[in-house]
Design a protein around this ligand. Structure first.
Ligand SMILES: [Zn+2]
Ligand SMILES: [Zn+2]
Length: 277
């Protein structure tokens, strides 16, 4: 799945789960909660592709996100080298490897939550780095006037809006309680990304680090096992190839449905804000 599809599915997941995650973590976001949840979900759903040079999240924050991406890629190669089995796919295990696994998503979420215990400044920095690519990818998928009027599809204006949102959360005093909220949202968004990739023909290694037998050679009873083989969430006939014309059409449709659903979920908040004004 390409960045637009990931951002829109992540936004929907974020909008749907923000109040649930808020309830669990004690975060209080006020009437903008669904919107912040949607933007955070969109950005989180772009994070796994930090393992691919030049992806939206990789470029969005300049040197900072490039360094994070290179760090993630080094981790992915190390994990692949250390745990690969004879029947694992060939390659260095960098892209759609460790960084696309649910284990990594949950681990990174936990780390973000723990960082907040040191200082809410770390939560704010993570928020900015996650929000910025989400805002730019959503702006690219959204209506044209967003690009024409707000220019938030570009990296710099998107970063500016991300900083504005983080600053307003900081001023309202909400940032102090957002550590676990941000961590849980990141984990959810990353798993939604992996689900998106495994709806396509690419697939991701869902089961790592568990050892599995291949379907074909397990029948003969002589499988040396694999941990990194990719699996899918759709039957073979329904999977599309990323970047193909039909794949782009399917992803565009998914983007539209998700954006409409997010707008629908935002309506009560907008009504509440109008009431306050
Ligand atoms: Zn991916
Ligand atoms: Zn095998």
């Amino acid at each position: 799945m390409e960045a637009g599809g990931h951002a829109c599915t992540g936004a929907l997941a974020g909008a749907l789960t923000s109040s649930a995650i808020g309830g669990l973590t004690g975060a209080e976001l006020g009437p903008a909660g669904t919107a912040v949840g949607a933007l955070l979900g969109a950005g989180a759903a772009l994070l796994p592709d930090l393992d691919a040079d030049g992806a939206t999240a990789y470029r969005s924050g300049g040197t900072v996100t490039r360094l994070v991406g290179e760090g993630f890629q080094a981790l992915a190669r190390t994990a692949y080298r250390g745990t690969r089995l004879p029947h694992d796919p060939p390659g260095d295990g960098e892209h759609r490897g460790l960084v696309h696994t649910p284990v990594f998503a949950v681990g990174l979420g936990l780390l973000v939550g723990l960082c907040a215990l040191i200082t809410p400044l770390l939560t704010a920095a993570v928020m900015v780095l996650v929000l910025a690519p989400g805002i730019s990818a959503l702006s690219r998928s959204g209506p044209r006037w967003v690009r024409q009027q707000l220019h938030t599809h570009r990296d710099l204006p998107a970063m500016f809006v991300a900083i504005l949102i983080a600053a307003s959360l900081w001023m309202s005093g909400a940032m102090v309680d957002l550590g676990w909220y941000a961590g849980a949202s990141i984990a959810v968004g990353m798993v939604v990304h992996s689900a998106g990739d495994s709806a396509t023909r690419s697939g991701i290694p869902w089961c790592w680090p568990f050892r599995r037998a291949c379907e074909k050679c397990a029948i003969k009873g002589q499988c040396a096992g694999s941990r990194w083989r990719r699996s899918h969430i759709l039957p073979e006939a329904l999977r599309w190839r990323v970047g193909s014309a039909s794949g782009k059409r399917i992803e565009r449709g998914i983007e539209m449905v998700c954006l409409l659903a997010v707008t629908w979920l935002l309506l009560p908040d907008i009504a509440a804000m109008m009431h306050l004004a």
